[in-house]
Structures are given as C-alpha cells and as structure tokens.
Design a protein around this ligand. Structure first.
Ligand SMILES: [Zn+2]
Length: 411
C-alpha cells in the first residue's frame, strides 16, 4: 500500500450529508440488503426495466448492479466488516454476521462501533423528507453526539399550491396562516427556535425534487397574491410564491450566519428529470447573497464540470461530493483530479454518505477513500504533488474544510 493510500485510509472523514435513521432501528431484522443503501434500489429496478416499487428477485438483478458504484460500495463494506464478498453465495453468511454484530449491543454501541470502523468523526444530518421536521427534532437524542443537524424546509410547504397542503401544514404545527406574513413569521420563529438549541449547523434546500433551481427575486405583493389565491382555492402557478419562500431561507441564513446546503444534479428514484437540476441556475443567488456560504451537493453530477467553474469563481460556494462516489465513482475520480487542478483545495468536501443505515455508510466511506487515494496517487505519479502536498490536500478535503465551514471545532 502506498504511503498516501495508507494516510487516506487512516485519516478521519467528515461526512457532510446523512439521513441516518438513528437509534430507533430494528437491528435484529436487518439482512444483507442493508448494505445497498436507500438509493441503490433504483439501480436494482432499472436493471430489469422495472418500476422502483415492483418486487424483484434480488440476485437476479444484482448480477447487473454489482458493477455500478452501489455494488462497489456494498462489497467494500462487507469486505471491511466481515471479510466477505457481497455475493449470492455469501448472502446468508452476511445476514448472520450482521445479526451477531448487533447481538447484545445497544443502538448507541452499534453506531459508535460502526462509525469508529468507518473512521467518520462528524456527520451532518438531514432527517426531513417532503415535510419539515417537527420542533423537537433538534432536541431529540436519537443519534450520536457527533451528528449535527440541518433544517430542511420541506418541499411540501416550499412548493405549496393548494389549500389542503397548507391546511395539513397548519395542523402539523398547530398554527393558522391567514396571510403570507403569518407563514413568514412562523418560519422565522421556527428557524430561530431550532438555532437556539445549539444543535443546528445549517439550512438545507432539496426542492430540486419538485421544481427547477431558478429562484427569481419575487416581491412580497406578488407572492402574497398567489398565497391569497391558494386560500381562495383558485388554481395557481405556485412558482412565484415558492421563489419568494426560498429567498427568505437565504435571508435567514445570512441573519443567523448559517451555511445553506442545496441539492443539485442527479435525483433519487426512477423517472426523474435532471434538466432542472443544473447548479448554473443558482448563479444569481450566489451573486446576490455574497455573505451566505453555500454547500452545493452531489458534485452537481452530471453537471460537475460546470460546478467546478462556479467553485473557481465564487468565494461563497463550496463543492460537495456527497453521494456522488456511489453514483459514479469513475467520473468522481476524474472530477476530483480536475477540480484539484482548477479550484483551491479549501473549497472541496470529498465525502457525504447520504444513507439511512450505518452499515452502508461504512461502505460509502471506504469507496470515497479508495477514490481519493487513487486521485492523490495519480497526482504523485505524475509529479504534480509530493507526499507532503498530497497529505495536506487529503486533510483539507476529507475533514478540515468541512470542520471550518460548519464551525464544528469551535463548538
Ligand atoms: Zn440526501
């Protein structure tokens, strides 16, 4: 093993993006499929030309999926943890090994041990879905202390276009929104309450799943007109209201000095349209909110080259490779190689597992380390880096950049 590979495999990783299900999991019901992670199932479905939810014989599909990034990550995890290849022949052995690993351990002990093996020292957690989390989410102790939280404003409210969705939101938070001012004030107060817990390190926007990323500057009056039409049960074009609500998130981030994480690029699940997810659409936002720090997700893949040019130009934009190694490990090696040659190495976050299970997070961490080591070895082979430079870059992109960005070491 080369010196730089050894260094990368022993260096703690900062994990910028997680959906970890935490302590409430039914550990004794887990089986070998836990290593696939949430998003790998799309590859399983696509491999046989099926919809995501259709029942399939797992290993019939796996023969085609084991060659993708998800297959690579699952194999990294089972090799590291149980010294077993992820295969049909070993599937029962892997399930048994999981059961004996979790036996007589508390959830706290399972998380601590798996993240110690993965050598991940900090993780940023987003546990909201289309719904905004409830207020007690920020005080819950369902995850280890090294998990820090972001507030994701659910796409349900950010894209509200009908009165029944608004009513459901009112019911969830026991509020009444008679005007757009009421909704604005509630979102302001909710953010400040979460901030005051001391457990909030950033804001998160994942609306790319529901709309494009062109956020126009919309005045209150125009947004309010849409809000009134929704209350009056009229059919509306909801985009101006959505744009307005999203700009207010950037304003809150500025006020509270919190960074903003934004989903760009590829979307989970079948039948998705990546055309609206190009990070270039965010350029007016990056220009307008110069005091807000942006963490742009998923390497923008398949728009990673464009994202590199944005990172090179915008002091307030950081490039985040979370989930991207699992989606396309070969292109991520190419893009990290390129980004390191054009973007200052202080601006790249090299890893986020983006999964629900700590077992699959372990595989994604190994996969990222392998890719990072390959890139740094290549740069040393071509005499672009000496060992000292390669180690410096590894420390920056694997840990220190994110630690400083999220202000973790000072907490
Ligand atoms: Zn995610």
């Amino acid at each position: 093993m080369s010196k730089i590979r050894e260094f990368v495999f022993n260096l703690p990783l900062f994990d910028t993006h997680e959906h970890q299900a935490g302590y409430g999991q039914e550990w004794n019901k887990k089986d070998f499929t836990d290593f696939i992670g949430g998003y790998g199932w799309t590859d399983i479905a696509v491999s046989k030309g099926l919809d995501h939810d259709k029942e399939t014989e797992f290993f019939e599909c796996w023969q085609y999926v084991r060659t993708t990034g998800y297959g690579q990550a699952a194999n990294f995890a089972t090799k590291k943890l149980f010294d077993l290849d992820f295969s049909k022949e070993n599937s029962e052995k892997i399930t048994e090994a999981i059961k004996s690993f979790v036996k007589n351990k508390s959830s706290e002990e399972i998380y601590a041990e798996l993240y110690k093996i993965a050598n991940i020292n900090t993780a940023i957690l987003d546990c909201a879905g289309p719904n905004m989390p409830e207020a007690d989410y920020f005080t819950q102790k369902l995850h280890p202390g090294f998990f820090k939280k972001v507030l994701r404003y659910g796409s349900n409210i950010l894209n509200v276009s009908d009165v029944s969705t608004l009513k459901k939101f009112e019911k969830r938070f026991n509020k009444s929104f008679k005007t757009l001012c009421d909704l604005d004030s509630f979102l302001d107060e909710f953010t400040e309450t979460a901030y005051k817990t001391g457990n909030l390190v950033g804001l998160k926007i994942a609306v790319a799943y529901a709309r494009n990323l062109t956020f126009e500057d919309v005045c209150f009056e125009d947004a309010n007109a849409v809000f009134d039409d929704i209350l009056n049960e009229k059919k509306v074009d909801a985009k101006p209201l959505s744009d307005y609500l999203i700009h207010n998130i950037f304003k809150r981030a500025e006020k509270l000095n919190l960074p903003v994480q934004i989903h760009t690029g590829f979307l989970a699940r079948c039948w998705q349209d990546v055309r609206g997810t190009n990070p270039a659409q965010l350029i007016p936002v990056f220009q307008k909110y110069k005091n807000v720090k942006f963490d742009v997700f998923h390497a923008g893949w398949p728009f990673s080259e464009i994202l590199g040019s944005i990172g090179k130009s915008f002091p307030n934009v950081w490039l985040d490779m979370c989930w991207a190694w699992a989606m396309n490990p070969v292109q991520m090696e190419r893009i990290l190689d390129e980004w390191l040659s054009c973007v200052p190495c202080s601006k790249i976050f090299a890893f986020g597992a983006d999964t629900w299970s700590p077992f699959s997070a372990l595989g994604y961490a190994e996969q990222a380390r392998n890719g990072i080591a390959n890139v740094l070895e290549k740069k040393m082979r071509s005499n672009e880096y000496d060992l000292e430079t390669a180690k410096f870059v590894a420390e920056r992109i694997m840990n220190k950049n994110a630690e400083e960005f999220f202000n973790i070491s000072k907490k």
